[in-house]
Design a protein around this ligand. Structure first.
Ligand SMILES: *Cc1c(COP(=O)(O)O)cnc(C)c1O
Length: 370
């Protein structure tokens, strides 16, 4: 097929969305700029209300990024030195780092090969007297089995903090992710389904005490001006980012719908025996942050796609326990065989709002020709 490439298909493009929202984003900037009020203002508090409402939760607290949202959620629940937090072995490094930053220890659990999410049948064997929290990650935009996770949490009296950084708007049995646990962390990194034009994040919770504590902790531990009740840090949501996020939140359902359109075509039209397509349990309505396929010829397929104009990615080439920074946890290769298999076989296909039918068809055709 080489030589007859019709076009280049990027892995992700912001262009279609930015074109559609151009005048609204510029107006949002001007609204903030004209007020000269950049931290903790009207846009922030309106976005927090709107996003809590969108997530079917009572409170939202804006933060500087998704890592801080997870960290502040854990801190607000009193998680700290020596506590253990259960996290999946296959996730972005930030999930584990949030645990480490509060002084707790990430305890890894192998994922399920079909859903890529934490294997709920393997959680209980990792619970000890030090376990405080289960931290499920709705990876690639697909909800974890929350009924089972909440059941285990209840049985052992544990908190649940959802990592929703990849799953804005995804539902489990019709209910939005982020509304199940004691708290949830969201990232609005530009490439996420709801992305700012820079770094941003938020905590969502139904617990007023957690919301208040998280807000104070992210604002120098201050509950009111020059009054400091905690040794907090500085992680707040910028007014400008909040204004941009309000514009983008308005069309988040449309953006997720477009991702579902692309996923539906991939699932329906890719038929190559060398490739395993992602499977979606009945209880899920995913938002396809990542469209990950699996193949034992991953490097060859990647080369084939790249040579035919299609950009790809991997999520993630290394599971948490194989990173240099986590050598101190004492894990070794072979400890998490499923996470390791995913890291060796997963390949992510292009997925973004506004992908044209021709671009989608090219991806399908080139995968099928492999
Ligand atoms: C992006 C991401 C984060 C961190 O978000 P930032 O805004 O980049 O700090 C945390 N967890 C997961 C699963 C992510 O994908």
């Amino acid at each position: 097929m080489k030589g007859e490439i019709e076009m280049k298909v990027p892995f992700v493009s912001f262009k279609p969305l930015e074109k559609e929202l151009d005048s609204q984003l510029r107006a949002a900037f001007e609204r903030v700029y004209d007020r000269s009020w950049y931290i903790g203002g009207e846009e922030d508090s309106l976005f927090e209300k709107e996003f809590a409402n969108y997530c079917e939760a009572d409170y939202c607290v804006g933060t500087g990024n998704g890592l801080d949202a997870l960290m502040l959620a854990l801190k607000s629940l009193g998680v700290g030195d020596g506590d253990e937090v259960i996290v999946p072995a296959n996730t972005y490094i930030a999930t584990a780092l949030a645990v480490t930053y509060v002084g707790a220890i990430p305890v890894l659990v192998d994922p399920d090969i079909n859903t890529f999410n934490i294997d709920v049948t393997k959680v209980e064997e990792h619970i000890t007297s030090k376990t405080k929290v289960i931290m499920p990650v709705h990876l690639y935009g697909q909800p974890c089995d929350m009924n089972e996770i909440m059941k285990i949490a209840k049985k052992y009296n544990l908190f649940v903090v959802e990592d929703c950084a990849q799953a804005h708007g995804a539902t489990y049995n019709g209910k939005k992710v982020g509304s199940f646990g004691n708290a949830a962390g969201f990232s609005f990194y530009p490439g996420k389904n709801l992305g700012a034009l820079g770094d941003a994040g938020a905590i969502v919770t139904n617990d007023e005490v957690v919301a208040k504590k998280a807000r104070a902790l992210g604002n120098y531990g201050s509950d009111y001006k020059y009054h400091h009740i905690y040794k907090g840090n500085n992680s707040r949501l910028d007014e400008i980012q909040a204004a941009f996020l309000r514009v983008k939140l308005n069309i988040l359902d449309k953006v997720n719908g477009d991702r579902r359109r692309i996923a539906k075509r991939y699932i329906g039209e890719i038929n190559n025996a060398k490739v395993v397509m992602p499977s979606v349990p009945d209880y899920c309505n995913p938002v396809w942050h990542v469209f990950g396929i699996r193949t034992f010829q991953r490097n060859e397929l990647e080369k084939h796609l790249n040579e035919n104009g299609i950009s790809t990615n991997m999520h993630y080439p290394s599971p948490i326990h194989m990173h240099d920074c986590y050598r101190d946890l004492g894990y070794k290769k072979g400890d998490y065989p499923i996470a390791e298999e995913i890291s060796e076989t997963e390949l992510s296909l292009p997925m973004y709002y506004g992908m044209t039918d021709e671009e989608i068809k090219q991806v399908i055709d080139v995968v099928n020709l492999f």
